[in-house]
Write a protein that binds this ligand. Structure first.
Ligand SMILES: *[C@@H]1O[C@H](CO)[C@@H](O)[C@H](O)[C@H]1NC(C)=O
Ligand SMILES: *[C@@H]1O[C@H](CO)[C@@H](O)[C@H](O)[C@H]1NC(C)=O
Ligand SMILES: *[C@@H]1O[C@H](CO)[C@@H](O)[C@H](O)[C@H]1NC(C)=O
Ligand SMILES: *[C@@H]1O[C@H](CO)[C@@H](O)[C@H](O)[C@H]1NC(C)=O
Ligand SMILES: *[C@@H]1O[C@H](CO)[C@@H](O)[C@H](O)[C@H]1NC(C)=O
Length: 243
C-alpha cells in the first residue's frame, strides 16, 4: 500500500470552475495553484489526476511526489505550482488541487487535453472545364480521415465558391476549412494546438484551363470578402491559333 491509497476514503465537494487547457504532445505544462494560502494553512493538501493523488503535502513539510511520477512532475518552490513534463495523450484528464484537512476544498481544477499537431492537408484540383469567359473546376481538400469538395466557378474574372459545405470537423477533432482568398484556394486544417494549410494559386492553375489559354497578366488582385469571392484580374486569355 502506498502512502497515496488513503485518499479513496474521502469524498469531496467543490465549486471551482474548470479551466480547459490544450497542450501539444511532447510539451510541458505548468498548472497553477490559485489558492496558495489555503494550501499553506491546511494540514494536508493534494494534487490529483483523475481523482488519484500524485502530489501530497502536509505543510510545512515539502511536497512528496508519488514514485511513479517522479521525473515527469516537478513541484515548483513556494507557489506549489506543478510542472508536467513531456506530455502524452494519455496525460489528458482532470487535474485537481484540493485541501483535505482540516476541510475538503477544491482549490484549482484543470481539464487538460493533449493533442498531436495536425498534419498538412492535401488540396487537389479536378473536373476543369473552361470557355473564353469562364473556368469551372472542383477543389478537394483532404486529411487522413476527412475531406471537403467544393465547386468553384470563375465567370468574367470573378471566382465564386459554391454554397455547401466549406468546413467539417474530422473524427480526430480537427477542423478542415476551404475558402478562396485573394488569388488562391486555401485549405486549412486546425485543432486547438496547431494549424496547417495548403494553398493553390488559381493563376497557376488557370493555365491548365485549356491549352487554348494562357495567363497573360497577373494582378492587381482584389478580394470581395463580403461575398467570399475573388476578383481575378489574372485570367486566361485566348492564344492565337497558328495554321
Ligand atoms: C500558470 O501561470 C503562468 C504564469 O502566469 C501562465 O503562463 C500559465 O499559462 C498558467 N498555466 C495555466 C495552465 O493556466
Ligand atoms: C474535459 O474536456 C473533454 C474534452 O473537451 C470533455 O470531453 C470532458 O467532458 C471535459 N470534462 C470535464 C469534467 O469538464
Ligand atoms: C461554368 O458553370 C456555369 C454555371 O453552371 C456555366 O454557365 C458555364 O457554361 C460553365 N463554363 C464552362 C466552361 O463549363
Ligand atoms: C487556420 O485556422 C486557424 C484556427 O482556426 C487560424 O488560427 C488560422 O489563422 C487559420 N489560417 C488561415 C490561413 O486562415
Ligand atoms: C461584393 O459582393 C457583394 C455581395 O455579393 C456585392 O453586392 C458587391 O457588389 C460586391 N463588390 C464588388 C466590388 O464586386
Amino acid at each position: 500500500m502506498s502512502i497515496f491509497s488513503f485518499i479513496c476514503l474521502f469524498s469531496f465537494t467543490g465549486s471551482t470552475s474548470v479551466n480547459h487547457v490544450f497542450v501539444q504532445t511532447g510539451e510541458d505544462l505548468i498548472l497553477n495553484l490559485t489558492e496558495v494560502t489555503t494550501a499553506q494553512n491546511s494540514d494536508l493538501w493534494l494534487w490529483q489526476f483523475n481523482g488519484k493523488a500524485w502530489v501530497k503535502c502536509s505543510p510545512p513539510s515539502p511536497p512528496i511526489v508519488k514514485e511513479t511520477h517522479t521525473g515527469r512532475i516537478e513541484v515548483l518552490e513556494k507557489t506549489y505550482n506543478v510542472k508536467l513534463k513531456n506530455l502524452h495523450k494519455s496525460d489528458s484528464g482532470i487535474y485537481t488541487a484540493r485541501s483535505v484537512q482540516p476541510k475538503d476544498q477544491k482549490l484549482t481544477e484543470y481539464n487538460v487535453t493533449v493533442q498531436d499537431p495536425v498534419s498538412q492537408p492535401d488540396l487537389y484540383i479536378d473536373s476543369v472545364s473552361s470557355s473564353s469567359s469562364s473556368c469551372n473546376f472542383t477543389a478537394t481538400c483532404r486529411t487522413e480521415d476527412s475531406s471537403i469538395r467544393s465547386s468553384i466557378r470563375c465567370d468574367n474574372k470573378i471566382c465564386h465558391q459554391d454554397e455547401g459545405k466549406r468546413s467539417v470537423v474530422t473524427q480526430s477533432g480537427a477542423s478542415l476549412h476551404m475558402f478562396l482568398s485573394y488569388s488562391s484556394i486555401i485549405c486549412n486544417s486546425s485543432n486547438q494546438v496547431s494549424w496547417s494549410e495548403k494553398i493553390v494559386e488559381i493563376q497557376h492553375f488557370c493555365r491548365h484551363c485549356s491549352n487554348k489559354f494562357k495567363v497573360q497578366h497577373c494582378g492587381p488582385i482584389t478580394t470581395n470578402t463580403s461575398s467570399e469571392s475573388v476578383v481575378l484580374f489574372c485570367c486566361c486569355t485566348a492564344l492565337k491559333h497558328h495554321i
